[in-house]
Write a protein that binds this ligand. Sequence first.
Ligand SMILES: Nc1ncnc2c1ncn2[C@@H]1O[C@H](COP(=O)(O)OP(=O)(O)OP(=O)(O)O)[C@@H](O)[C@H]1O
Length: 263
Amino acid sequence: MMEGVVVGSAAVCVRGLWKRFGQQVAVAGVDLELPAGKFIGLVGPNGAGKTTTLSMVTGLLRPDQGSVEVVGHDVWRDPVAVKARIGVLPEGLRLFERLSGRELLGYSGRLRGLPGAEVDKRAGQLLDVLDLTGAQHKLVVDYSTGMRKKIGLAAALLHNPEVLFLDEPFEGVDPVSAQTIRGVLERYTASGATVVFSSHVMELVESLCDWVAVMAAGRIRATGPLSEVRGEHTTLQGAFLELVGAQGRDAGSDLDWLGGGAR
Ligand SMILES: Nc1ncnc2c1ncn2[C@@H]1O[C@H](COP(=O)(O)OP(=O)(O)OP(=O)(O)O)[C@@H](O)[C@H]1O
């Protein structure tokens, strides 16, 4: 069990969160309590407000209204305490392209205040587990999409955070790497830590998560244990389509010109 993590308490507590971009309301009054020690999936259609919510929860974007606490600390009043306890793999991750993967981890570890020998040890182990040892001296600019996700994940895990936030961690990742990432995350949550990740891939969320929050049009439509959110449906996909109001939508009925095969 991780030091400082009280199972049963909230890892993340969001109250009345709002964000507008001009006329566009991206997040419209989100209340959310995410329990510690769980593998949590934040799901929703394109434009639902997932990235905006995660950005506000991790201190990257200031809310218009509302409050966020992560492991009992207010993100906007006590940002240093929160940032020391979380790891983040944001969408459109920016990395130091002119460092090698190994150097990037060395730099991240030092920024986090870890002693050099400890950074070296952890970096070596993470590179190994994530199958990046062979590419550790390559510049990040030459990494593939999946390799970038993996080195970003290693940097986010290096200081052993209590809560890990991942925006679409499996996007652009091949099945073998996805399995590796999955193994690392399962091991991490088994220690009592919390993972919150956003995804569109329902099968993935269903197989990984024990807790789900469904978001659509800037609001939370359902949240709770996976089985509760799935309800009567046999799959999370079914529950999701009903919750976001997409069930029965006639895909492409207006595209009467589309039928290249029947020319
Ligand atoms: N910086 C911005 N400026 C203007 N509008 C924005 C900005 N960021 C997000 N939005 C708008 O806010 C809404 C929510 O976007 P967000 O990226 O949070 O959704 P999402 O659920 O992460 O979507 P996706 O699954 O497609 O990544 C969208 O309508 C988007 O166009």
